[in-house]
Design a protein. Sequence first.
Length: 134
Amino acid sequence: LQNQIEQLSFFLKKLLANILALKSSGNELDVESLVSNELTNELNFDVNEFKLLSKYELKSYLQKFNFNENHIEKLAEIFIEMSSLNSNTVIENQNYISKAIELLELADENSNSFSVERNQTKTKLLETFKSLQN
């Protein structure tokens, strides 16, 4: 199990690095397919299904993949990066932001300590979400 946890951590970090590399090189259109393909191929994780889950359903879905607090935070970071793609509609950006907030709240629930950084990130995301509504 420890090996699986480490592999999952490495995979999510690598995926996030690949997203950032694509975005910085101007290949934003490839980001969404990269995320979807990598999560599906590596974990059989369906991003489209995941985006439709309620906060309650998220928890049980992530448990199937043995996601811990750190994994949930990395997945939130991935959704945050997805929320800033120029090719997205406002609604798509809002959906990614909402899911990132739900993930960070879930990480809070799974944590034994308060995270200032996580709280600041949620506050920034809420501000961004509100600014998209105007």
